[in-house]
Design a protein around this ligand. Structure first.
Ligand SMILES: [Cu+2]
Length: 493
């Protein structure tokens, strides 16, 4: 009877709070070959099945594996080609989140990959060491495709990260943690069916997983261990904390290293955000610590300290020097209002009153201009804000520079905008002029993004003469491509 009860609890998905099961899966590093000096990756986007629950096959999507994707690793300066082949029965795209690449290589909604075809992202890596990720970005389908399992990590190394004495053996003391949560049907298939209220409030679940494993166990040595943490969920905030309340050091934000490690006891990540943390397990041989999510009170992962292998014992006190811009250097300010249109709480998600329109350029950003963007959330729900290709620094929260947390004082590409609050960021787009291909900015709560809380900007040489191939109507900062004397398919996207 007792066994029956515990199985019933398992079926209800609550076991994750009580027991730890399999070892934490470490996504394999994606194999590559060098072809004429170019590092070539072949990534198959495929349908498969995964056993989240013992003995039960759950239909999933993955990239070179059954769920999630292999880790793509590259070095600043590398020439890269990533061939994404779509072996699904539906179209998708593959966007490099956090990647500073030309708009035509961004993998946004226009870079559609039809079933049976291959799309190639080709560029030279041009950014600091950082933890990024790749995931679909198809209009209206991003949330579902990520939920089905399409997400993988991209790790960028550079000379600085090579030389710093940090844990850096992948899967041993440098551990990727892709945290997600999912709902399942009674037959244990992934259930993606948000109601209108769940689109607003978040399609969340208490069944959490790391790297596709519910309640995993990880064995580590009694040294400094680095975790590359990605909130890969659709719309769940994770507040991470260790069961013994121990402190740890955050060394990197979305865009790479912080100048100095920041000591924390808990780490809050909104969807799409990354943080690299280093945890000191010296003196813990033979003991176990649990990584917890405190907003929903979930035990995420048990960490067993069971080896004394050599490793890193101290974290460098200085990591990098970041280029910073003063507010007085900005030549332009822009405002972005996150709210709904038509129907209040049940209306459509929009930015500045405009739901996403793929045929509209909302902002034209001149290259090398320093700009301040103010993003305001006037709703009673959580949002965040993600900008493609550009990393920014926070200037203020709610008008206060002092309200920017120490671990937010690095380069970011996703920033939390809590209910009824505002954030001011400063940024400069340094390259990749292309008036004919847009980059996205959007809320990274994927249900909000899919519903329309997204806009599009281009990077131009000269704002007064952006040299469009098409005939746009320019009104304030809005460029509308319709009606145009050119057919839409004349636009090179
Ligand atoms: Cu949102």
């Amino acid at each position: 009877m007792r066994r029956y009860i515990s199985l019933s609890i398992l079926w209800m998905g609550f076991l994750s709070t009580a027991l730890f099961a399999g070892a934490l899966p470490i996504p394999a590093l994606a194999p590559y070959s060098w072809v004429n000096g170019v590092k070539v990756f072949n990534m198959n986007i495929q349908q498969s099945s995964t056993q989240f629950f013992a003995g039960i096959n759950t239909r999933t999507y993955g990239i070179n594996q059954s769920v999630l994707g292999q880790t793509i690793r590259m070095h600043d300066g590398d020439k890269i080609k990533i061939n994404y082949t779509n072996r699904l029965s539906e179209a998708t795209t593959m966007h490099g989140h956090g990647m500073h690449v030309p708009a035509s290589m961004d993998g946004g909604p226009k870079n559609k990959i039809q079933p049976g075809t291959t799309w190639t992202a080709s560029y030279t890596v041009n950014q600091p060491a950082s933890t990024n990720w790749y995931h679909p970005h198809l209009m209206g389908k991003t949330a579902e495709h990520v939920y089905m399992g399409l997400a993988g990590m991209i790790i960028i190394d550079d000379d600085k990260s090579d030389s710093l004495n940090l844990p850096k053996t992948y899967g041993v003391d440098d551990i990727p943690l892709i945290i997600q949560d999912k709902r399942f049907t009674a037959s244990r298939q992934i259930l993606y069916a948000p109601t209108r209220m769940e689109i607003m409030r978040g399609y969340t679940s208490s069944t959490m997983m790391i790297n596709g494993e519910i309640s995993p166990t990880l064995s580590v040595k009694d040294k400094q261990i680095r975790f590359r943490v990605l909130n890969g969920s659709n719309s769940t905030l994770y507040n991470l904390r260790f069961s013994d309340g121990r402190s740890f050091k955050q060394i990197a934000t979305d865009g790479g290293f912080l100048e100095r490690p920041v000591t924390l006891n808990s780490l809050l990540l909104t969807p799409g955000e990354r943080a690299e943390i280093v945890v000191n397990f010296s003196g813990d041989l033979g003991s176990s610590v649990t990584l917890r999510e405190t907003r929903q009170n979930i035990n995420l992962m048990q960490i067993n300290v069971n080896s004394t292998s050599p490793g890193v014992t101290t974290v460098p006190s200085t990591l990098t020097t970041l280029e910073k811009y003063a507010a007085s250097q900005a030549v332009r300010t822009r405002s972005f209002l996150l709210n709904t249109v038509g129907g209040g709480m049940m209306g459509q998600m929009a930015i500045n009153g405009r739901p996403m329109n793929i045929n509209r350029i909302d902002n034209v950003v001149p290259v090398n201009d320093i700009e301040i963007w103010t993003i305001r959330n006037t709703m009673n729900v959580e949002h965040n804000f993600h900008i493609h290709a550009i990393h920014f620094m926070l200037l203020e929260r709610n008008g206060s520079p002092a309200s920017v947390a120490a671990n937010e004082r690095g380069y970011k590409d996703v920033v939390r905008i809590p209910p009824n609050s505002s954030v001011k960021v400063i940024l400069k787009m340094k390259d990749y002029v292309d008036p004919n291909n847009g980059y996205m900015y959007h809320c990274h709560f994927l249900e909000h993004e899919d519903d329309g809380m997204m806009g599009q900007f281009t990077v131009v040489q000269n704002k007064s003469n952006p040299v469009f191939k098409w005939a746009p109507i320019v009104s304030d900062d809005i460029v509308t491509m319709v009606p145009s004397p050119l057919p839409l398919n004349a636009v090179t996207y």
